[in-house]
Design a protein around this ligand. Structure first.
Ligand SMILES: Cc1cc2nc3c(=O)[nH]c(=O)nc-3n(C[C@H](O)[C@H](O)[C@H](O)COP(=O)(O)OP(=O)(O)OC[C@H]3O[C@@H](n4cnc5c(N)ncnc54)[C@H](O)[C@@H]3O)c2cc1C
Length: 263
């Protein structure tokens, strides 16, 4: 079986800079990490390969420095890595990101049986890419997966986490899942794994390699355009209403609320 894990490299810190021209994050040269939820996606991709056999490929769309995130995933036990990088991919919103990833997944020499994404990215935070990639590949998906109950060629059974319990769902493969942190405990890379990952070849794919349409990628292909990015003013403390007793305080509060037309 072929497991494909989508990972995103995200800024390691919240003190990020916004490009004033495009309104998108400046990613080049910023200390970056693997998106926390994708650590669990990588681990699940490796465990499934160990469980039912096959290979695990890790893929990321990002600037050239995102190669570092792929090498970390290789050092944990992924078999193959693809870096989707091209100036024309920059500034992509979730639609354009999902389109680019789905074009690349269609180009894989060995078709994917299961695509594994993290629940969401710590910077964009939209949780949209996983389900969007599934739609663009016209395959079923389940989000918020906390356990893979059963898996074999053509079939998967999962537990989806809900606020008040779990759902047990079945799908035919190929399919896509997004995972939550309850699904496993990511392993640390071994020294042997790190040394091997250093030497491994990473496939670098650009717009031409994945036959992507220019008007569907990057800032140009993004239906969502950032109009303005600003740091919201800090919240000021509320007004404290005092009084001799609760009744007086309540009366003052009612007056205040009605003077503001709230009640
Ligand atoms: C502060 C901020 C706000 C943003 N708001 C929006 C917005 O409202 N609408 C919008 O369309 N875009 C938005 N973006 C852009 C958005 O971050 C990018 O489009 C991004 O590539 C995907 O969206 P996400 O970060 O929300 O990822 P999510 O959808 O939260 O990511 C879910 C999973 O998809 C996979 N994934 C995500 N990105 C990649 C990648 N580049 N390579 C491989 N796998 C990936 C990972 O498995 C990840 O765990 C925003 C970006 C920032 C920094």
């Amino acid at each position: 079986m072929h497991f494909v894990v989508c990972i995103k490299q995200v800024p390691a810190t919240t003190s990020v800079q916004i490009d004033p021209k495009t309104g998108t994050l400046k990613r080049e040269g910023v200390e970056s990490i693997i998106n926390p939820f994708d650590e669990y996606a990588i681990e699940e991709g490796i465990r499934l390969k160990e469980r039912v056999g096959g290979i695990t490929t890790v893929i990321t769309m990002g600037p050239p420095q995102a190669e570092q995130a792929l090498r970390e995933a290789l050092s944990r036990g992924c078999d193959d890595a693809i870096l989707l990088t091209d100036r024309s991919f920059a500034g992509a919103d979730t639609w354009a990101t999902s389109y680019t990833l789905s074009c690349a997944i269609k180009m894989l020499p060995e078709p994917a049986d299961l695509i594994i994404c993290g629940k969401q990215a710590s910077d964009g935070d939209t949780a949209q890419v996983g389900p969007s990639v599934a739609e663009m590949l016209d395959i079923p998906h389940v989000a918020y997966v906390r356990k893979i109950v059963d898996i074999r060629p053509g079939y998967i059974k999962v537990e989806r986490m809900l606020e008040d319990g779990v759902d047990v769902l079945e799908m035919s493969l190929p399919a896509l899942i997004t995972v939550v942190k309850e699904i496993n405990t990511p392993r640390l890379p071994t020294l042997k794994g790190m040394l091997a990952a250093k030497k491994k070849q990473i496939h670098v794919w650009n717009k031409e390699t994945i036959h992507a349409e220019t008007d569907k990628i990057g800032l140009v292909g993004s239906p969502t355009q950032v109009v303005k990015v600003f740091t919201p003013p800090p919240r000021l403390g509320g007004e404290r209403i005092t009084g001799a007793d609760a009744k007086e305080i309540a009366q003052k509060l009612i007056q205040k609320l009605s003077s503001h037309g709230i009640i």
